[in-house]
Ligand binder design. Structure first.
Ligand code: GCU
Length: 674
C-alpha cells in the first residue's frame, strides 16, 4: 500500500548518514497547507527511517534541514540561491553554511516547489545517496503532467486491472477517504500535477451538480499537493443534460450552455484544470455529428474555459470504420489540416503510436507535423495490450522510446520529447498524460511491479531525459531494498521485460494480435469482425506467401506521413530494422533477414526468445527471496509463473496459426507448439 514511500527503518550505517543531515528541521513559523504537507512528509519519512521525527529548530544549527522560500525565510536571501529558473514547481537542494552552521537547504519559489524538494530529499535519503554535499536543482520540463483515469461513475474502470475506481462516488463529497491523500502524496512525490477523474468515454452525468460537488471535494484534498482536477466531458452534454435540441458547437445556445457549465465548475473548483475530450471516436459524440471540424468543437469549449484560464485537451485518437484509409493514417489525415486552427488554450493529445498502445509501435506521425498546435503525448500506464496486471512489463523503456523518437520535423534531434515540451515550436503550453493503472486494490496497481510504471511515468513526465534504468533502480531501492545484490538483477529483469513481451506477443513489428474486446491473449487468426480495423488479420496480413503490412508507397503509404528522412528509413528494408519490419512491410516467409536467416525462422525464434526471457526472469526472482517480505515475494513469483505459462500460450498459438499458412517446418531446435 505504501508504494515507494515506505520509509522503513534504515540499517545502522545509512541511518547515521541520514540522522546527521536531519538533526532538526527549520521551517517558517506559519506554514501554508502545501508547506504543512511537505513538513508532514519529512516527519513521516524521517520517523520511519530513523525511528523518530526530528525536532524543530528556530535558528540554523549543524545538520538541520532548512526548508522555505526566501520570502518565508529571509535569512536564505543572503545565500543568493539561483531560484529564478525553477519556476513555480521546481526546487533546489544545497548543502550550505547558514549563520555559521552546516545545514541542508531545500528552497523554491513556491511552497509546491518546497513540497517537491522535500520528496526529492526523501528520495535521496531512501535510496542511500550521500547527503552532506548536495547541490541540485530541478524544474519540470513539461507543464501539465497528468494521470488520465478511465474511471466510470459506477466505479468500474475501463481497462482497469486493479479493482474498482479509488473514487468512492457514493460517499463523496462528504467522506474523504484518507486514500485520496495518499494518492496525492504519491503523485506529488513524482511531480504529477493533474488528474482527469473520469473515463474519456465520458458519462454526461459527470457534469451534474452532484458530481461536480464530488470532484470539488477531491480537488480540495489534492490542492495542497499541487494537483489539479480535470474532467472528461461528453460532447453531447448540452443535449443529454441541458435539454437542448442540439450539441452543435456553432449553435449559440450550445456555447452558452458550456459557458454556464464552466462558470458553475469554477465556482466549485477555482483552480479546475479543464476538459479532456474524446470526440467522434469509437462511438462518442462530437462536432462531426454536425459536420463541424474538431477545431470548431474544441474552440467552442475553449471559449467557455478561457475566462477561467482553463484548457481543453482534445484527443487525436480518431479513426473510423467507414474510412477505407489504413487506420494508422487516419488521425494524421484528420488533424494535420487543422494545424493553426485551434484556439490558444487547446492542446491536442496524441497517443504515442498511430494505432493503440501496442507493445511496440512507431511514433505517431502527428508529432512534428503540427507546429502551430501544442501537442501532448498520451501513453498508457495500465497494460491493456501487455498482459493486464499479472505480466511483469516495465514500461519506462517504452515511454523512453516514444520520447526519444526523432521526428526530424526540424532536422535531426527533433524528438517527440522536444515537441511535447513545446521547445521545438515555441509553445508555452505543454502536456503529457498517462492512462492510470490505479484502482482500489491494496497494492493500488494490480501488482507490486506495476507500481513502477506509475512511478516511471511521473519521473519521465518531470524530466523526459531520465533513463529508464536509473528510474528502475531508484524505484527498487525505495520499494524493496538498497542492497546491490537485489537492485542489479531486478533492474536488469525489469529492463528486459518490455522486449520480452514484444517478443512473445507481437515480434518484428506485428501489432494488435490480441483477442477481441478484452485484448487478453493471442488471436492472430481473427478476421471476421464487423469493424475490419479491429481484426488481428488486418494487421498481420499473413497468408500462404508471407506476412506483414505494406505501408510503403506500394501499399498504404503510411510512411509518407513522416518527415522525409524518417519515411525513407521506414520504407527501406535495409534501414527499417527488426522492430518495425512487419509494421511497414509485407514480406515472403523466406525473406532473408540481415542475420542471414529466413523471416519464418526468425519469427519463430522471436516468440521462443520471449518465453525464454520470462523463464530467465523467474530464475532471477527465485534467487532473491531473502531480500523481500514473504507476501510480495510470493505474489511476484506466482505472477511470473502465470506470465511464463501465458507467454508459452502466445508463442504456441501464434506459431500454430502462422504455420497453418506458411506450411513451413519449425526451425531446428524450436519447440513444437503444445
Ligand atoms: C482503446 C481502448 C478503449 C479506449 C480507447 C481510447 O481503444 O481499448 O477502451 O476507450 O482506447 O483511448 O479512447
Amino acid at each position: 500500500y505504501d508504494l515507494w514511500l515506505r520509509y522503513r527503518p534504515l540499517a545502522a550505517a545509512p541511518r547515521a548518514v541520514v540522522a546527521a543531515q536531519a538533526a532538526a528541521i527549520l521551517a517558517p513559523a506559519d506554514p501554508s497547507p502545501s508547506l504543512r504537507a511537505a513538513l508532514g512528509e519529512l516527519d513521516r519519512g524521517l520517523a520511519g527511517l530513523l525511528g523518530a521525527p526530528p525536532p524543530r529548530a528556530t535558528t540554523p544549527r549543524a545538520g538541520a534541514l532548512v526548508i522555505g522560500t526566501p520570502a518565508e525565510l529571509p535569512r536564505l536571501t543572503a545565500l543568493g540561491l539561483p531560484l529564478a529558473r525553477l519556476g513555480d514547481e521546481g526546487y533546489l537542494i544545497r548543502s550550505v553554511t547558514l549563520d555559521g552552521a552546516a545545514v541542508t537547504v531545500i528552497a523554491a519559489n513556491t511552497d509546491i516547489g518546497l513540497l517537491h524538494g522535500a520528496f526529492a530529499w526523501l528520495r535521496l535519503a531512501q535510496t542511500g545517496a550521500r547527503l552532506d554535499d548536495l547541490d541540485m536543482s530541478s524544474a519540470p520540463r513539461i507543464a501539465i503532467r497528468m494521470l488520465d483515469h478511465w474511471d466510470n461513475l459506477d466505479r468500474s474502470v475501463e481497462r482497469g486491472y486493479a479493482g474498482q475506481s479509488i473514487w468512492d462516488w457514493w460517499r463523496l463529497p462528504d467522506y474523504r477517504d484518507p486514500r485520496y491523500t495518499d494518492y496525492a502524496r504519491a503523485n506529488a512525490s513524482i511531480g504529477i500535477n493533474g488528474a482527469v477523474l473520469n473515463n474519456v468515454n465520458a458519462a454526461p452525468d459527470m457534469l451534474t451538480p452532484r458530481f461536480i460537488a464530488k470532484a470539488a471535494a477531491l480537488a480540495d484534498v489534492f490542492r495542497p499537493y499541487g494537483i489539479k482536477v480535470w474532467l472528461s466531458v461528453n460532447f453531447a452534454s448540452p443535449k443529454v443534460l441541458g435539454g437542448l435540441p442540439t450539441a452543435d458547437p456553432l449553435d449559440p445556445q450550445v456555447a452558452a450552455w458550456w459557458r454556464a457549465k464552466a462558470d458553475e465548475i469554477y465556482a466549485a473548483i477555482p483552480d479546475f484544470g479543464g476538459f479532456l475530450v474524446k470526440a467522434n471516436s469509437e462511438g462518442q459524440p462530437g462536432p462531426g455529428d454536425y459536420h463541424r471540424s474538431h477545431a470548431e468543437g474544441a474552440n467552442m469549449l475553449a471559449a467557455a474555459l478561457r475566462p477561467h484560464h482553463g484548457i481543453v485537451i482534445w484527443r487525436a485518437f480518431v479513426y473510423s470504420a467507414d474510412n477505407a484509409e489504413d487506420r494508422p493514417r487516419q488521425a494524421y489525415s484528420e488533424f494535420k489540416p487543422l494545424d493553426g486552427r485551434f484556439a490558444a488554450n487547446v492542446i491536442l493529445q496524441v497517443k504515442n503510436g498511430p494505432v493503440d498502445f501496442q507493445p511496440r509501435e512507431p511514433f505517431s506521425p502527428l508529432f512534428g507535423a503540427m507546429p502551430e498546435t501544442p501537442l501532448a503525448l498520451e501513453v498508457q500506464i495500465t497494460k491493456e495490450y501487455l498482459g493486464f496486471a499479472t505480466h511483469l512489463v516495465y514500461l519506462a523503456p517504452l515511454f523512453e522510446e516514444a520520447l526519444d523518437a526523432d521526428t526530424y520535423a526540424k532536422g535531426k534531434g527533433s524528438t517527440v520529447a522536444k515537441v511535447i515540451e513545446g521547445r521545438l515550436d515555441g509553445h508555452a503550453l505543454s502536456a503529457i498524460a498517462g492512462v492510470a493503472n490505479i484502482g482500489s486494490d491494496r497494492d493500488w496497481t494490480g501488482s507490486d511491479f506495476n507500481q513502477a510504471n506509475w512511478y516511471a511515468f511521473g519521473r519521465l513526465a518531470w524530466n523526459p531525459d531520465l533513463s529508464s534504468r536509473t528510474i528502475a533502480e531508484e524505484w527498487i531501492k525505495q520499494t524493496f531494498t538498497t542492497d546491490p545484490a537485489f537492485v542489479a538483477p531486478v533492474a536488469a529483469m525489469m529492463m528486459g521485460s518490455r522486449q520480452a513481451a514484444v517478443d512473445y506477443m507481437t515480434p518484428l513489428g506485428l501489432a494488435h494480435q490480441m483477442a477481441t474486446g478484452h485484448h487478453y491473449g493471442p488471436a492472430p487468426w481473427v478476421g471476421d469482425l464487423d469493424r475490419p480495423e479491429w481484426n488481428p488479420t488486418y494487421y498481420n496480413r499473413a497468408d500462404a506467401n508471407g506476412i506483414g503490412f505494406d505501408r510503403t508507397a506500394s501499399g498504404s503509404d503510411a510512411v509518407a506521413q513522416y518527415a522525409p528522412p524518417v519515411a525513407r528509413r521506414f520504407a527501406d528494408l535495409g534501414t527499417v530494422g527488426d522492430d518495425y519490419l512487419l509494421w511497414f512491410h509485407h514480406l515472403p516467409w523466406g525473406y532473408r533477414m540481415a542475420s542471414g536467416d529466413s523471416l519464418w525462422n526468425t519469427l519463430v525464434s522471436r516468440y521462443g526468445r520471449g518465453v525464454d526471457a520470462v523463464a530467465a526472469m523467474q530464475r532471477t526472482w527465485a534467487g532473491l527471496d531473502r531480500y523481500v517480505d514473504r507476501e510480495r515475494y510470493a505474489k511476484a513469483a506466482t505472477f511470473l509463473a502465470i506470465q511464463h505459462r501465458e507467454a508459452g500460450w502466445w508463442r504456441d498459438a501464434s506459431i500454430a496459426y502462422f504455420q497453418s499458412l506458411s506450411k513451413l517446418p519449425l526451425p531446428p531446435g524450436a519447440r513444437p507448439p503444445a
